[in-house]
Design a binder for this molecule. Structure first.
Ligand code: HEC
Length: 149
């Protein structure tokens, strides 16, 4: 994956790292309705995409924060897909609930990769950090291929 070259300041601004404490806090509230679930999951997925696009250029605390956000968003995936939440313009496939364990296994793999990414970023291990990012990126495509129309 080729990451665009941004200045550190620009990357920090893009990620909202000016408010690092807010960024690191996870104020997730599980959705109460299918419509809410749809809006929430679209928002979190788009956020994950933005983080992935920038995270390759990060080191240190911003890298830890990016990986923490990805981990937290991935942990919420089960809550974001309540059964019966194919509503509106949803691209979710019924296969999600027919193969729930496989669906969750992909999300769990992303959580595990993000955990190792946090450890790698804390240790300054650029190779392990890049590997974790690549694994997380792989889970996006893997899940979309099976579970998104
Ligand atoms: C465990 C499964 C799973 C994983 C992992 C996953 N996605 Fe998704 N994603 C979905 C499904 C299902 C939808 C369709 C949701 C809907 O429309 O109801 C979706 C939708 C999206 C959308 C469209 C949002 C919109 O506004 O319509 C984007 C963008 C996206 N995902 C990005 C990502 C990125 C980036 C990653 C990896 C960091 C990722 N997703 C990981 C299952 C997954």
């Amino acid at each position: 994956m080729v990451f665009p070259k941004f200045s550190v300041v620009a990357v920090a601004a893009l990620l909202g790292l000016g408010t690092l404490t807010v960024f690191a806090q996870d104020a997730f509230v599980a959705p109460a309705t299918p419509e809410e679930a749809l809006t929430l999951r679209k928002g979190l997925m788009r956020e994950d995409g933005g983080i992935l696009r920038q995270a390759g250029n990060l080191t240190g605390d911003p890298a830890v924060a990016a990986m923490t956000k990805l981990r937290d968003n991935y942990k919420h995936i089960p809550d974001l897909f309540p059964e019966g939440s194919i509503v509106g313009d949803s691209e979710a496939l019924p296969a999600i609930w027919e193969n729930w364990d496989a669906f969750i296994a992909i999300a769990d793999a992303g959580v595990a990769a993000a955990e190792s990414g946090i450890t790698a970023a804390q240790a300054g291990d650029a190779a392990a950090y890049a590997a974790a990012l690549q694994t997380i990126g792989g889970t996006c495509g893997q899940c979309h291929q099976q579970f998104r129309s």
